[in-house]
Design a protein around this ligand. Structure first.
Ligand code: UDX
Length: 442
């Protein structure tokens, strides 16, 4: 099938490459000339494991191309995916201006019978708005609008797209369902369930999924506070909980809380949609508050350990919002960095991939290429991202390089016994501190 993809962000690019890999002919469009040029040269504008290989094959096969002209992507496409961003307005509401603008462009260029698929995460009712916009712009055009929410995770996006847990299609007519069955036929044939719903249900299901994941993480972080107060171990508590299949072990890791482009924004959006609909989603409001508290709790550990921050040097290991990505959007590490800088500390950060992005977001940050250099002369080191390389660090060398031997583990990522044996004062989240400056077990 000929497919157009509008918006070449994380979701758009991975979707375009994956659909070409499945055998479709895909034209992906973005207004950003730099991005399109980079991609025409076969290079991805961001890091995502497996994406470069997928792009090389797809471009080489002639089934994937990039353009700045919406006409090229839309005019003879059977399905057009809308993958544009949905930034927050100043008031915090999701801005759907880009989605509307794309709807108008599609209306101008589309052929009869086109199916327009929303992949961008949007509030319920957006498809109805799009339908009306397109009908006003191009009276008489035959078309359908479907919701096809995307659940891919950064760092696993290629795998999540080619072998997802589920595919969701919301449509209010049979043409929409039929087209999407054709698009995803080969994935469904390999056993992925295809869940078909009405459009508004599909739109809400994406927001609900991310809001639930956010709530699950915040539950673990609230438990961490209780565990600290009662001298229990939150890692073991969540392990016990997770062994119950009704609960599941995923997304129960306590620490600095959730960041990234989706979870914080989607939780916030659902709170606002609920308010508008006359329902106070207090549970979700509280989950977002607990997420802010998670950063504050780690900051308090640092402040308690080093005393005054003014004139101190704080090292951050990891600034990406999670491992295997160079994305620092809403990264808890940057919230910490800003806070420490405001209190007069020098903050030096290491990250295997995201240092440049972090520096661009927080110019006061010093960034270095080597984790041992980051901790050199620092009064405290904070592990902020669960990069596997940090588990391989020589903790004795870290202790020797630090001015004060204090390690705050904001992700409960290191082995407490190894840290203690290396002579570090080890301060995790929701479990007992270890090392010389703590009264272990007393
Ligand atoms: C998320 C959703 O998982 C995905 O389905 C959706 O399509 C996009 O949003 P992503 O933003 O890539 O994906 O990140 P995710 O893996 O969900 O992690 C989000 C944040 O939660 C990270 O900052 C991570 O460190 C944090 N997290 C995750 C925890 O703090 N504890 C956990 O137990 C799990």
């Amino acid at each position: 099938m000929r497919i157009g993809v509008i918006g070449i962000g994380h979701v758009g690019l991975v979707t375009a490459a994956a659909l070409a890999d499945l055998g479709h002919e895909v034209v992906a469009m973005d207004l950003d000339a730099g991005k399109v040029e980079l991609l025409q040269g076969g290079k991805s504008p961001f890091h995502e494991p497996g994406l470069d290989e997928l792009l090389t094959t797809a471009i080489g096969s002639g089934r994937l191309s990039f353009t700045r002209d919406p006409h090229d992507a839309v005019h003879d496409a059977g399905v057009v995916f809308i993958c544009v961003g949905r930034p927050a307005t100043q008031a915090g509401d999701p801005s759907l201006t880009a989605v509307e603008a794309v709807g108008r462009e599609i209306a101008q260029h589309a052929s009869a019978g086109v199916v327009i698929a929303e992949k961008s995460t949007v509030p319920p009712g957006t498809a109805d708005r799009l339908r009306l916009t397109i009908a006003r712009e191009r009276p008489g055009l035959e078309f359908s609008v479907v919701a096809n929410p995307e659940f891919l995770r950064e760092g696993r996006a290629v795998r999540d797209t080619l072998a997802p847990d589920r595919i969701v299609v919301g449509s209010d007519d049979s043409r929409g369902f039929e087209a999407m069955r054709e698009v995803f036929g080969s994935i469904v044939a390999r056993g992925t369930p295809l869940l078909e719903t009405d459009v508004r249900t599909a739109e809400l299901s994406k927001l609900a999924s991310n809001a639930f994941l956010a709530t699950k993480i915040s539950f673990a972080n609230a438990l961490a506070r209780i565990a600290e107060a009662t001298r229990a171990d939150v890692v073991r508590v969540t392990e016990v909980m997770g062994a119950d299949p009704r609960i599941g072990e995923a997304f129960l890791s306590a620490g600095l809380g959730y960041g990234g482009y989706c979870l914080p924004k989607d939780a916030e959006t659902l709170v606002r949609i609920s308010e508008r609909a006359g329902y106070d989603f207090a549970l979700l409001r509280e989950a977002t508050r607990v997420n802010e508290e998670a950063v504050a709790a780690v900051a308090a550990k640092v402040e308690e350990a080093v005393w005054n921050l003014e004139g101190k040097r704080i090292a951050l290991l990891g600034v990406a919002f999670k491992a295997d990505t160079d994305d620092v959007r809403s990264a808890p590490a940057l919230a910490l960095a800003r806070r420490f800088v405001a209190e007069g500390a020098t903050v030096v950060a290491h990250d295997p991939m995201a240092a440049a992005e972090a520096k661009a977001a927080v110019p006061e940050l010093e960034t270095v290429d080597d984790p041992y250099e980051a901790v050199s002369g620092a009064h405290c080191v904070v592990v902020c991202t669960e990069w596997s390389a940090y588990r391989e660090l020589d903790l004795g060398r870290i202790r020797d390089a630090l001015a004060y031997p204090i390690l705050v583990d904001g992700r409960n990522w290191l082995d407490p016994t190894q840290a203690e044996e290396a002579g570090l004062t080890y301060l995790p989240v929701g479990r007992l501190p270890r090392g010389p400056e703590t009264e272990r077990g007393s």
